[in-house]
Design a protein around this ligand. Structure first.
Ligand SMILES: [Cu+2]
Length: 595
């Protein structure tokens, strides 16, 4: 079991305080907090045998729990999680949505901010939840380990600070996931070897339970018992690997009050869509006749010709006094390709605390996202060419596919090691064309992307607008795009190619999010102020099904001074780094993406 204790700490990094002069804003940092309390957790990465869907297998878990232990904290708390890796696989943990103010060393993406925690090693994550509260989650950030290594991360407001909505009678965590009968890491190896797409999940799950629509799962069902008349807060988290999902409860309205751990204006709806990495808090009032109602999770698949699981995962929303084992009333989920439902909910979503939306922009970035097909080459022998037209799938941003280095990029930057990455990620596509209907090179024949480990440099304090444009090289698709180190205002989105003359922006009350589903065949505009030094990444949370990741890295200019975000007082990273600045090569389970 996870253990947690609370102690008061002194400000560990107060020495840094005087160096910071960041003006007060709603979402900005006022001053460096020492953390109200410190929460300690002990995570053991270990395997566990589970039986699901008529068969059993070993899965990787934290503390033999699936989903993993819930991390609880309060706004401005310090969180310390010691992770001990007892498996033969490399591992890291990412704290999804935590902005990691000056603590990017502990963000978790392997090969970006740290080397993986190798078998037998221990690594402690330490960070402060600076002005952050709400529903977060954590997950493994190494390969497909995150298929089973994930859990909720709940941050409450400070004592005495109320929610901006009526206090619920109870709250429940609902984590959506995907489950494969085969070993997730072996599946990933097979996908990498084939150059094609990933096989569909064998089941969707709610808190690890597939529900009665799947074989052998009549009793493998998540249920919530509710008292008639009471209002419940559901903390919805999509921890799935590849699939965007709809969620609905039969006959019940959901009122969205928080998205990606930031309050929203209350938005009533019948159903919601969550891409991998998105979280939503919804209120549900048990105001229907006493019965058992289905909570349903089904796919949202906007791309063409991609195989996906179409069996709905069901849990029970069961009233006290309902006949046990009664049939549950079915929930109405949208059709798998219902883009309008997704747009309608997004249209209604409004931020609650939005007084610091950047109105003036210093830097306008334009990044295309999508999937390319690269030609088979000497490096991609024939058997690896199961993508469209005998090629190899490669996700890209601005037509550049990310090559994973064998070192931690953050350490490479911190130690001024040359030759690991280049500072030339382009702020706009090298070529403008009909992104939605065309191809990047000689349409439609040449669909190659370039490969590289390229970083975009932002000056500290830059007010950034980033236009994310979906491309249709293989197929247009809704891409959930996530930034590390920042939340951002979603100021606009639309269909087709982005056109600044016709684009409509909301600079008054846009939602403040960390993951945005860029509309299928369309674009989204996000704004943020670059005030969190380090190296972060912008990535598609659902694009793991392709061999190359679409990743765009940013770093802030070193003018900020590296002292501000040096490794923690424990010097753990320095020590670990001295040994493993070059992350261990060819570990038996750590296959590399590129030979
Ligand atoms: Cu994240």
């Amino acid at each position: 079991m996870a253990t947690t204790t609370t102690t008061t700490t002194t400000a560990l990094v107060c020495a840094l305080l005087s160096l910071l002069s960041i003006s007060h804003s709603v979402h900005g940092i006022k001053r460096w907090p020492g953390g109200g309390s410190t929460r300690y957790y002990d995570f053991k990465v270990q395997t566990k045998r589970v039986t699901k869907l008529c068969s059993s297998k070993e899965i990787v878990t934290i503390n033999e729990m699936y989903p993993g232990p819930v991390v609880y904290a309060q706004e401005d708390d310090r969180v310390i999680v010691r992770v001990t890796n007892l498996t033969p696989h490399n591992a890291t943990i990412h704290w999804h949505g935590v902005r990691q103010r000056l603590s990017c060393w502990f963000d978790g993406p392997s090969y970006v901010t740290q080397c993986p925690i190798q078998p037998g090693q221990t690594f402690s994550y330490e960070f402060t939840l600076v002005q952050q509260k709400g529903t977060f989650f954590w997950h493994a950030h190494f390969s497909w380990l995150r298929a089973t290594v994930y859990g909720a991360f709940i941050v409450y407001p400070k004592p005495g600070v109320p929610y901006p909505f009526p206090y619920p009678y109870e709250e429940h965590i609902i984590i959506l996931g995907e489950y494969w009968l085969k070993d997730a890491l072996k599946l990933e190896q097979a996908v990498l070897a084939s150059g094609g797409g990933a096989p569909k999940a064998d089941a969707y799950t709610i808190n690890g339970h597939p529900g009665p629509n799947y074989n052998c799962s009549a009793n493998d069902v998540y249920r919530i018992n509710v008292v008639p008349g009471k209002t419940y807060l559901l903390r919805l988290i999509n921890a799935g690997l590849n699939t965007e999902n709809f969620f609905a409860i039969a006959n019940h309205k959901l009122t969205i009050v928080e998205a990606d751990a930031e309050y929203t204006k209350a938005l009533p709806t019948d159903k919601v869509m969550l891409g991998p990495g998105q979280t939503l808090n919804v209120l549900v009032t048990a105001n229907q006749p006493i019965s058992r109602y289905s909570m349903a999770v089904g796919p949202y698949m906007s791309a063409r010709n991609v195989p996906f699981q179409n069996i709905t995962s069901v849990g029970y929303f069961q009233y006290l006094g309902a006949t046990p084992n009664s049939i549950s009333l079915p929930a109405m989920l949208p059709r798998f390709n219902d883009n309008l439902v997704v747009k309608t909910v997004m249209d209604g979503l409004r931020g609650l605390n939005t007084s610091d939306v950047p109105k003036v922009i210093d830097k306008n970035l334009f990044v295309t996202i999508g999937v390319n097909v690269q030609k088979c080459s000497r490096k991609n022998p024939k058997k690896n060419c199961k993508g469209t037209n005998g090629g190899v799938f490669a996700a890209s941003m601005n037509n550049i596919s990310f090559i994973r280095p064998n070192v931690s990029l953050l350490e490479a930057y911190y130690r001024d090691r040359a030759g690991i990455f280049t500072d030339d990620f382009p702020g706009a596509p090298l070529k403008f064309y009909d992104f939605v209907n065309g191809a990047p090179n000689n349409a439609p024949i040449d669909t190659n992307s370039m490969n590289g480990t390229r970083v975009f440099v932002l000056e500290y304090g830059t007010r950034v607008q980033l236009i994310l444009q979906d491309t249709g090289t293989v197929s247009t698709e809704n891409h959930p795009i996530h930034l590390h180190g920042y939340s951002f205002y979603v100021v606009g989105y639309g269909t087709g190619n982005y056109n600044p003359d016709t684009a409509n922006f909301n600079l008054v009350d846009p939602p403040y999010m960390n993951t945005i589903g860029v509309p299928v065949g369309g674009w989204a505009a996000i704004r943020f102020t670059a005030d969190n030094p380090g190296i972060g990444s912008g990535l598609c949370t659902a694009i793991w099904r392709y061999i190359y990741h679409g990743v765009c890295l940013w770093r802030l200019s070193s003018r900020m001074g590296k002292d501000l975000w040096r490794p923690s007082r424990t010097h753990q990273l320095i020590t670990l780094g001295a040994r493993s600045f070059v992350c261990i090569k060819n570990h038996q389970k750590d296959f590399r993406y590129f030979p």
